[in-house]
Design a protein around this ligand. Structure first.
Ligand SMILES: NC(=O)C1=CN([C@@H]2O[C@H](COP(=O)(O)OP(=O)(O)OC[C@H]3O[C@@H](n4cnc5c(N)ncnc54)[C@H](OP(=O)(O)O)[C@@H]3O)[C@@H](O)[C@H]2O)C=CC1
Ligand SMILES: O=C(O)CCC(=O)C(=O)O
Length: 411
């Protein structure tokens, strides 16, 4: 199912649960602004290459819009729109003073050299600099982008507006980035998983985990889960998938997969078909790569008892129904991966205050936020007698609706 159709279908169900006025419902669904820009750069060999970049600013009722920028060949306007919408509900679930946005450029970052990526990022920033800002819209990394990408955006933006570290988060610590931001999404996934398992009388220790995606989020989640006593029995990325029932050596796998090598060829396990990774036997499945990977084709074959959505929209609504009938508990993306944007908020606060926190404070505030978010989510599920996805969505949508009404934008 198309990402936007899926996100809108879930939103409408939450709006119905909350009894939202139909005009407010419509205004919450339509994005505040959609930006599409052409980015042409010279390649290193002197030829020209053109790319299309997007930034969808979905909603700003609760504060400046916030969300990552993705570099991936499959970036398309509908998906960016869906991801921007999810950011609005996610920042509200985490109770951060932000709205939601998302951006992306349709490109394969693995095919571009570092200097080509820098030129592309700078051209994209030139085209959108008037529409982002510390108090309007604050980008961050997502798939295919990282702290270096944020450093280039910061530098290009600052040429037009003066030095502005708070215009992006997830930047290098040397440029005002926060300690703990790089690991934050994976760490938030750990805290969210601990909260969920504890509800079911379990701990991380002794559980078997399968993780799809071994980039920033997947590798940090794997590392922290292993440190907490979990057994990561299979991992996959674009290059392949690897399995070891006794538990993979995660530091070894991180070392092996660094650079552009990926997990393929790692000797500490058996290679498996990446298409079978999601249906491997395990206790907790963590999708941490693309959207839409759990769908009506494979949902019936999932063997995990719990799914913790580190990726954005990995499960489409048809799969949700199948999983719910099977008794699989799905912890939804807008809560499970909110550790990233939460520490982005801490970074932005530090930039505005001009005062840096130590990493212990960042991690302990993150744990407090994740635990509070889980309690809020549970209360919403109890109030509405619904599952975790509807609980999270109705929590987020309700907070945004209340802010919209208070600002005089709704009935
Ligand atoms: N970064 C953040 O702070 C946040 C990220 N997220 C979400 O988490 C997910 C991962 O993001 P992030 O870790 O930052 O991105 P990265 O680019 O760092 O890593 C993405 C990973 O997914 C793998 N991958 C790509 N395509 C496939 C595929 N078809 N099958 C299997 N694996 C694949 C990549 O493999 P390879 O490297 O070999 O290409 C890589 O291991 C995304 O959905 C993102 O939106 C959510 C919240 C915050
Ligand atoms: O850190 C941020 O601002 C946003 C991260 C992001 O894009 C996401 O949570 O999906």
């Amino acid at each position: 199912m198309n990402a936007l159709t899926a996100a809108s279908r879930n939103f409408k169900e939450a709006a119905k649960l909350l009894g939202l006025d139909s005009k407010l419902e419509k205004s919450l669904l339509i994005p505040f602004r959609e930006i599409k820009v052409e980015c042409t750069i010279p390649r290193d060999d002197g030829t020209l290459a053109s790319f299309v970049g997007f930034r969808v600013q979905h909603d700003n009722a609760r504060g400046p819009m916030k969300g990552g920028i993705r570099y991936h060949p499959k970036v398309d306007p509908d998906e960016v729109n869906a991801l921007a919408q999810l950011m609005t509900w996610k920042t509200a679930v985490a109770n951060l003073p932000y709205g939601g946005a998302k951006g992306g450029i349709g490109c394969d970052p693995g095919e571009l050299t570092r200097s080509e990526l820098e030129r592309l990022t700078r051209v994209f920033t030139q085209k959108i600099h008037d529409l982002i800002g510390v108090h309007t819209d604050v980008p961050a990394p997502d798939m295919g982008t990282n702290s270096q990408t944020m450093a280039w955006i910061l530098d290009e933006y600052s040429k037009f507006h003066g030095y502005s570290p708070g215009v992006v988060t997830g930047k290098p610590v040397d440029l005002g980035g926060s300690l703990g931001r790089e690991s934050a999404t994976g760490r938030g996934v750990l805290y969210a998983t601990q909260a969920l398992l504890s509800e079911h009388g379990k701990t991380i220790s002794g559980q078997r985990f399968v993780i799809q995606g071994f980039g920033n989020v997947g590798s940090w989640a794997a590392r922290l889960i292993e440190e907490a006593g979990g057994r990561v029995v299979a991992v996959g990325d674009i290059t392949g998938a690897i399995k070891n029932g006794g538990g993979l050596d995660i530091p070894g796998l991180i070392e092996h997969s660094s650079g552009r090598q990926g997990v393929n060829g790692f000797q500490g396990g058996d290679q498996i078909d990446p298409d079978e990774l999601l249906t491997e036997d395990c206790d907790v499945l963590i999708p941490a790569a693309l959207g839409g990977v759990i769908n009506r084709e494979n949902a019936k074959d999932i063997r995990a008892k719990f799914i913790v959505e580190a990726a954005n929209h990995p499960t489409d609504p048809e799969a949700d129904e199948i999983l719910s009938k099977k008794g699989v508990v799905v912890l939804p993306d807008i809560f499970a991966n909110s550790g990233g944007v939460t520490v982005s908020y801490f970074e932005w606060v530090q930039n505005i205050q001009g005062f840096m926190w130590d990493e212990e404070k960042v991690n302990s505030e993150l744990r407090t936020h994740m635990n509070r978010g889980f309690q809020d989510l549970k209360e919403m599920c109890e109030t509405h007698g619904c599952g975790l996805r509807m609980g999270a969505l109705s929590l987020g949508v309700n907070r945004v609706a209340r802010a919209s009404i208070l600002r005089g934008w709704g009935a």
